[in-house]
Write a new protein. Structure first.
Length: 148
């Protein structure tokens, strides 16, 4: 029996795929639990349209990430931190701090979980940060740590 999966099913396939299953498995398990629907001509056409739409959205998201990456690479983020009398920092600078400074200084909104510092920032100076904007798009930018 051919079915169109409505959700990812372990050992069967991913959402949107048209797969061949045993008659009983499809009728008695997948369809009643709304994990799949029967693959008749109308449903197959709808599934193909949905796949085309999803591919278009993915391409758009990648294009937006490329444009945002080009903007981010031109940026130098300045992070002000408190330092002691001998020039030693209190604490360290995390990706959260870099993300907040990036939003304040440029208005480019990038999630803090997508920003990664290549080395631990525990002293003043210049560092390189990587922004993972898309699974296929990453961009690097400078982070300058200065005393307040």
């Amino acid at each position: 029996m051919k079915v169109i999966l409505l959700a990812d099913v372990k050992n069967v396939g991913k959402k949107g795929e048209i797969v061949e299953t045993a008659e009983g498995y499809g009728r008695n398990y997948l369809i009643p639990r709304k994990l799949a629907k029967e693959a008749n001509s109308a449903n197959v056409n709808q599934a193909k349209k949905d796949q085309a739409t999803a591919a278009h959205r993915a391409a758009q998201a990648k294009d937006e990430a490329i444009v945002l990456g080009a903007q981010v690479e031109k940026v130098t983020v300045i992070v002000k931190v408190r330092v002691g009398e001998n020039g030693k920092m209190f604490g360290s600078v995390a990706s959260k701090d870099v993300a907040e400074a990036l939003i304040k200084q440029t208005g480019l909104s990038i999630d803090r979980r997508k920003i990664e510092l290549k080395t631990a920032v525990k002293s003043l100076g210049e560092y390189v940060a990587v922004a993972k904007l898309h699974p296929e798009v990453t961009s690097q930018f400078k982070v300058v740590v200065e005393a307040e």
